[in-house]
Design a binder for this molecule. Structure first.
Ligand code: CA2
Length: 152
């Protein structure tokens, strides 16, 4: 199983500001935590973060040519604005889980819209870094791999 974890704008700033919403751990901590979870599932994982919408679209398209089995994406602010990301996920047809660190359902009105959600097999929000590993567990089960908890 090959997973791609995509993160959108400002996720590289984790741990630097707004710890009350996003926690104190850094983007590097996130990568280490998700890498460990994917290892437990026996899945290969790669990561990409960008502050640019088009680069995220390109990464989704590249996942198709790289034979990625599942995508885990936190589109960050592009969740609420991007039809291009929605179309990209539809175009590649790879099972994709939408993840949010915070519980977007309890936040501002403008965060209640998610364009990408319509193309995703699941949305996980409000579980912090665990949400990414929960997404990997979900994809592993969906794809017929290991079923179980890979969180620590
Ligand atoms: O809860 C999430 O994971 C979000 O996708 C995070 C986005 C936000 O626009 C979404 O509505 C929900 C924002 C990521 C910004 O990350 C920061 C990290 C450190 C300091 C400030 C922002």
């Amino acid at each position: 199983m090959k997973f791609l974890v995509l993160n959108g704008p400002n996720i590289n700033m984790l741990g630097i500001r707004e710890p009350d919403i996003y926690g104190k751990r850094t983007y590097e901590d996130l990568l280490a935590y998700v890498r460990q979870g994917c290892e437990k599932l026996g899945a290969e994982v790669s990561f990409f973060q960008s502050n640019h919408e088009g680069d995220l679209v390109t990464a989704i398209q590249q996942a198709y040519f790289d034979h990625v089995d599942g995508i885990i994406i936190n589109p960050a602010a592009y969740t609420h604005t991007s039809v291009a990301l929605l179309d990209a996920v539809k175009a590649v047809g790879i099972p994709t889980v939408e993840v949010h660190i915070s519980d977007v359902s309890q936040r501002e009105d403008f965060r209640q819209v998610s364009y990408i959600r319509a193309a995703c097999v699941k949305t996980i929000a409000g579980h912090g870094f665990d949400g990414y590993v929960m997404a990997a567990e979900y994809l592993a089960a969906l794809l017929g791999g290991v079923i179980g908890s890979a969180r620590s």
